[in-house]
Design a protein around this ligand. Structure first.
Ligand code: ADP
Ligand code: MG
Length: 683
């Protein structure tokens, strides 16, 4: 066992209790502790004269204790401790509450450093609950100080003290694991220095250098993993698809004119098709911008050239909907539908027809990429909302994707760096224009007081012939009670509020067949109100639905709300979105207000980013990527590019990372990708 593998209880001051708190943060060993990076650095390196401090400033002072700490018992449960200090320029009073250690901490006449927020009224200068330490030490004050992302009951000072002990114990004895040539080429600092400087840098610049190294390292490992899973073979050629005439022909079958943006994107796809280099294109377009017909037009051209084309959606309901729409443009016999609900003989028959080529268009969920599916001559693979697919499914698709053209459709504006990591090298097309006649969806942010009015509004809309969605969020921890709430709400609506109308409940746990039937009844207009606990299943197109009601709207991210709202406003009728929320978090109001002010998806995701921060917005889980400890996929774009280049160079030299020089990288890969790093992927 190396020192790195020791449990943190080997450190002074870490007993069972604290070990438990650290375990909550995923820290069990010394190594975990070293990789527990600060959230940010606070510069406490300047010592300020007390005389010159300003009200509200956060400052560090060096001063002597003038008097014995004063103890004032204000109430039974409130004791105030006051300490008067002097740095030769002025005096200042320090205050602590209920901290019984204070009287024994400070000795009259001795010097200490104090860091905290100043409260100044003229010559009366105070500082409440400062961080303090003796003059001669430099852990918490008088330096660029690390601030850690801690859990409740674990204080910065405690954690920092333990981290310092940990760093001092191992730095100097750590073996560098990045090969020297890589470090030299990309300017990455040495590992011992890096650990010491990421936690306790001498200067802000030392911290920056250390952070650069660890960010690079993390992004390198991420990209190595993604690349190894993709196993892209760039030498494969894709079939040339002659498309312009066929796309023209397709247009004559459409019930509407293409928008300018749709025409432009199709021209880009056409150009890609005319070349043997496999197309790899991301199509970004806001909800409702009409990505589906673009996909069908491309598929139409592929089929007319005698090839097969596949369209894969993340859910059964979406796949089914694409299938229904496809019937407008293709013969029923040439379309094969494959999802979890297609089983037995039907499934066998579809699989057989895909193999013989009788089926030209395959539409489905990830059932389409199962190992037993063999295409006769697949030339084009399209995925809808692909970021919802996990890393593994994506890897599998890429496996089938050698030598074919791929198009990825997404309503989420993904930053280019992230897109590159997720999908590898690709071109991006944007549908930046909505079909004509779309009206703004009026959006309201309301609390429970408006319930009765909204119930009346629902009735009015149903009487006018419209349909309504009600979305209830489910979050994992409280899934049971949430489910109960959704069930109760739908029963309440059905029995009490709208007894003469049809209300149905759709939830994620239902069998695909049942979901399809419920969606079909809603799409046909038979059901008036659809209460749903899953957002994703509602990625559908029912133009007659014009009211979207979202319960506990604060539980959704803005981009998610935007997607949900995009389910209405799909026809010519005026549409509405009601966001119910009874508060929750200080940002809730601000965030939901954004929804009432704009309908622009790109603007909304920008605001979301601002209000929630990139970590949340790009919740790596949302994209099926491993959690990042230090790298920020938004702000570290430049490093990301370099790390990507480095990953490619490494794999060119040693595509399986078998050599001893990369042993450590391999180990890190296994750690980051967990169960995914099985034999054939990351060996
Ligand atoms: P998304 O980009 O969100 O997948 P869809 O492809 O589902 O959007 O299209 C949304 C709606 O807009 C559908 O009802 C579709 O038929 C309609 N639509 C698409 N393109 C046009 C167009 N050029 N003119 C009018 N309606 C269109
Ligand atoms: Mg769509």
């Amino acid at each position: 066992m190396t020192i790195m593998e020791n449990p943190i209880t080997a450190l002074n001051g870490v007993g069972e209790n604290r070990a438990g708190l650290f375990a909550k943060l995923g820290i069990r060993t010394i190594e975990d502790m070293l990789y527990f990076f600060p959230r940010y650095m606070e510069d406490r390196s300047n010592i300020t004269d007390i005389i010159s401090v300003k009200d509200g400033d956060n400052v560090c002072v060096l001063a002597s204790v003038v008097l014995k700490p004063q103890v004032m018992r204000v109430r039974n449960n409130l004791v105030i401790y006051k300490v008067l200090v002097d740095d030769g320029t002025a005096t200042m009073t320090l205050t602590w509450f209920n901290n019984k250690f204070i009287p024994n901490t400070f000795k009259v006449g001795e010097k200490y450093k104090f860091f905290g927020k100043v409260n100044r009224k003229g010559s009366k200068i105070e500082m409440a609950t400062p961080t303090y330490e003796k003059e001669e030490t430099n852990v918490h004050t008088g330096r660029v100080t690390p601030i850690y992302p801690l859990t409740k009951d674990l204080h910065q000072k405690t954690a920092r003290g333990i981290l310092k002990q940990c760093v001092d114990a191992v730095v100097g004895n750590i073996n560098e694991y990045l090969p020297n040539d890589i470090r030299a080429k990309y300017g990455l600092c040495e590992l011992n220095y890096a650990f010491s400087s990421i936690h306790f840098p001498e200067t802000a610049q030392d911290y920056t250098r250390a952070r650069y190294r660890f960010v690079f390292e993390e992004l390198l490992i991420l990209q190595l993993g993604m690349l190894m899973m993709k196993k892209i073979d760039k030498t494969k050629k894709a079939p040339v698809i002659v498309s312009e005439e066929y796309i023209k022909e397709f247009k004559t079958k459409m019930p509407f004119e293409m928008t300018g943006a749709q025409r432009r994107v199709l021209a880009e796809i056409s150009a890609d098709f005319s070349d043997e280099k496999p197309m790899s294109r991301l199509l970004q377009g806001d909800v409702g911008s009409g990505k589906t017909v673009v996909a069908f037009a491309a598929m139409y051209a592929a089929v007319k050239n005698g090839f097969q084309a596949a369209l894969m959606a993340p859910t059964e309901v979406l796949a089914k909907q694409h299938y229904e729409s496809a019937l407008k443009y293709f013969e029923k016999e040439e379309i094969g539908f494959l999802t979890g609900s297609v089983t037995g003989k039907t499934k066998q028959s579809v699989i057989e027809k895909i193999k013989t080529g009788e089926v030209k268009i395959v539409i489905g969920t990830h059932a389409v990429i199962e190992d037993n599916i063999e295409f006769k001559n697949l030339a084009l693979a399209i995925t809808d909302e692909q970021h919802r697919f996990g890393v593994k499914q994506r890897a599998k698709l890429a496996g089938k994707g050698e030598g074919i053209h791929t198009l990825i459709m997404s309503a989420t504006p993904i930053p280019r760096t992230l897109a590159l990591i997720l999908y590898g090298d690709l071109d991006i097309s944007v549908l930046d224009e909505l079909p004509p006649g779309r009206q703004k969806i009026d959006t309201f942010y309301l609390n429970e007081d408006f319930r009765a009015r909204i119930n009346a509004f629902m009735r009015k809309k149903i009487e006018e012939g419209r349909q309504i969605y009600v979305i209830c969020p489910l979050i994992e921890e409280s899934e049971k009670s949430d489910m109960k709430a959704a069930t109760e709400l739908s029963e309440h609506l059905a029995k009490t509020i709208l007894p003469e109308y049809k209300v149905e409940l759709l939830h994620g746990r239902m069998k695909p067949k049942e979901k399809n039937e419920i969606m079909a009844r809603f799409a046909s207009g038979e059901t008036n109100v659809l209460v749903s606990t899953t957002v994703i299943e509602v990625g559908v197109n029912v133009p007659n639905a014009t009211v979207m009601i979202v319960e506990n709207a604060e539980r959704f991210g803005l981009s998610q709300l935007h997607q949900i709202r995009g389910r209405v406003g799909r026809g010519s009728e005026k549409s509405y979105c009601i966001l119910f929320s009874n508060g929750g978090g200080k940002n809730t109001e601000k965030r939901l207000e954004v929804m009432t002010k704009t309908n622009d998806g790109f603007e909304i995701s920008r605001r979301d980013l601002e209000l929630r921060g990139p970590g949340d917005f790009l919740g790596t889980r949302q994209h099926g990527l491993p959690e990042m400890k230090i790298a920020n996929l938004f702000t570290d774009m430049e490093i990301c590019k370099k790390a990507g280049e480095c990953a490619r160079l490494i794999l060119k030299k040693d595509e399986k990372l078998k050599s001893a020089e990369y042993a450590f990288l391999r180990q890190k890969l296994r750690k980051m990708f967990g169960g995914l790093a099985d034999g054939n992927v990351v060996g």
